[in-house]
Design a protein around this ligand. Structure first.
Ligand SMILES: Nc1ncnc2c1ncn2[C@@H]1O[C@H](COP(=O)(O)OP(=O)(O)OP(=O)(O)O)[C@@H](O)[C@H]1O
Ligand SMILES: [Mg+2]
Length: 501
């Protein structure tokens, strides 16, 4: 048999106070989809940053097509045909789509100048990815998170690649887009391109993966496992070192006994959505299901006042909120944990506890002084209940892994005592172990009387956690009812066709 495409062995990478990689081995064959699994903070992103030339390893060897190589810069990785789609996309909002795709290797530098050519080639790449609706001339900042990711993929394909690394690409995609992504991956595979795929969703690993390597605490604990046939129990045990019961907290049947806290009537916002009516009682979790772009996130933003309603009203505890005023909503006890958490307010260089207490500062200050002790204690408690790692709250958020950063923002919103909590994709990027903690916490908040509205692209999550479900399609509610009365297939049918199947 021929040499594997890539062999990494004994890779070590230490940061001050953490050995992020402590002897990792990884072997990837040409044309395979190799999945990298591991809990938040296991070292996945660090490993791929070593492979993409962004980090220099302290020890270890990398062999590429049988020969030892050193990847000293991202450019050297690219020259070997290794492209990376990072967990935190590294694109520039102010530039156009085409400019982003060719950033750093502009066609002009190769002699044949011109915008025209760049745009033509960019358009061809976008079409190859099944997204010809994205114009190369469009400004990147106007695209959704999913759109930006497509651009990032197009950029990877603009090189002659042999290996594409994807760090949690599906975290910003809905089911339809994931299916599209998988088609692209299979096409690449048939051209002999290898993919290293990172995801916290095991069902994706089964669908698209060939082999699996599991990392735990910076070490390879298993490698070369068959992606389709390795039992889930075994995978989660390898990842977490324990058996995980992946369960949703039980619903309390309350038969409409709670008082109505949030009432949304005939709400509309431009072309995003219209005619939306629902109520959420104290103790109730209402889930919104639908595709990306169906208006789910926009509804939350409108309730929160971050987006103006063009019709209808939002009422909290009997008081109508002023349209388009975040301050009014916050004053009435509404909290929004947004979908794009990173861009919406993590202070990366500040300590974990400060990031958690940011929205609740008032509670910890007296006469202009902040009581740091109680601020830290309150933050620590939430950080602990969400299993943020490493546990120290003094650390700068920048040094946490992607999933752990997500948990910090979530902790912030959970610490704030809200009447209405709007959660947009609360478990995105969060590993199997911590998910159950988040579900339990959301249910506990509801039990304490909070009205919760949950948006998630994962239909099982909506059905498992919510009491009542609204299904949206193109900005219109096409179904409302108890979560127990509907199953995943029905939701998907509604989401796609908008009519009962
Ligand atoms: N620049 C840095 N400085 C200090 N520590 C870091 C830095 N980058 C990563 N770490 C630490 O290295 C460890 C591995 O982080 P990494 O981002 O590789 O995890 P991951 O497996 O990608 O997790 P996730 O699933 O949450 O994305 C974590 O403990 C993290 O806090
Ligand atoms: Mg990561």
């Amino acid at each position: 048999m021929s040499d594997p495409l890539l062999q990494m062995s004994g890779i070590v990478k230490a940061f001050p106070g953490v050995r992020a990689l402590d002897g990792v081995d990884l072997e990837v064959r040409a044309g395979e989809v190799h999945c990298l699994l591991g809990q938040n903070g296991a070292g996945k992103s660090t490993l791929i940053k070593v492979l993409s030339g962004a980090h220099q390893p302290d020890e270890g060897e990398i062999r590429w097509q049988g020969e030892e190589i050193r990847l000293t810069t991202p450019l050297s990785a690219m020259k070997h045909g290794i492209a990376t789609i990072y967990q935190e996309l590294d694109l520039v909002d102010g530039l156009t789509v085409a400019e982003n795709i060719y950033l750093g290797h502009e066609l002009s530098s190769a002699g044949f100048a011109h915008r025209g050519e760049t745009q033509k080639q960019a358009a061809a790449l976008l079409a190859r990815l099944g997204h010809s609706e994205i114009s190369p001339r469009r400004e990147l900042g106007t695209l959704s998170a999913a759109g930006k990711q497509v651009v990032s993929m197009a950029r990877a394909l603009s090189h002659d690649v042999k290996l594409i690394i994807m760090d949690e690409p599906s975290a910003v995609l809905d089911q339809e887009e994931v299916a599209r992504l998988f088609k692209v991956i299979r096409d690449l595979q048939s051209e002999g391109v290898a993919v290293v795929y990172i995801s916290h969703r095991l069902e994706e690993i089964r669908q698209v993966g060939d082999r699996v390597t599991v990392l735990k605490d910076g070490r390879t604990v298993a490698t070369g496992l068959p992606a389709r046939d390795t039992p889930t129990r075994e995978l989660t045990r390898l990842m977490t070192g324990r058996d995980i019961e992946y369960v949703f907290p039980p619903r309390v049947s309350r038969d409409g006994d709670g008082t109505v806290v949030l009432s949304v009537e005939n709400l509309a916002s431009g072309r995003a959505f219209s005619g939306v009516d629902f109520e959420v009682r104290a103790g109730e979790i209402v889930g919104l299901a639908g595709l990306v772009g169906s208006g789910r996130s926009e509804i939350l933003e409108t309730i929160y006042g971050a987006r103006r309603a063009t019709a209808g009203t939002v009422t909290v505890d009997g008081k109508q909120l002023r349209n388009g005023r975040v301050r009014a909503a916050v004053g009435a006890g509404v909290g929004l944990c947004p979908e794009e958490r990173k861009s919406q307010g993590l202070l990366l260089d500040e300590a974990v506890y400060r990031n958690v207490s940011l929205a609740t500062m008032g509670r910890f200050s007296r006469g202009g002084f902040i009581n740091r002790g109680s601020e830290k204690r309150a933050a620590s408690e939430h950080v602990k209940s969400l299993d943020v790692r490493p546990t120290g709250v003094e650390r700068a958020v920048r040094t946490l892994s992607g999933g752990n950063q997500q948990k910090v923002v979530l902790a912030r919103w959970l610490l704030r005592e809200c009447r209405v909590l709007l959660l947009d994709e609360p478990t995105r990027g969060v590993d199997v172990g911590a998910r159950s903690e988040i579900y339990a916490l959301v249910r506990r908040l509801a039990d304490e009387g909070v009205a919760v509205v949950l948006v998630s692209s994962e239909v099982p999550e909506v059905l498992g956690l919510a009491d009542r479900v609204l299904v949206l399609r193109e900005g219109v509610v096409v179904h409302t009812g108890p979560a127990d009365d509907i199953d995943e297939h029905r939701v998907l049918d509604l989401v796609m066709e908008g009519s009962a199947a």
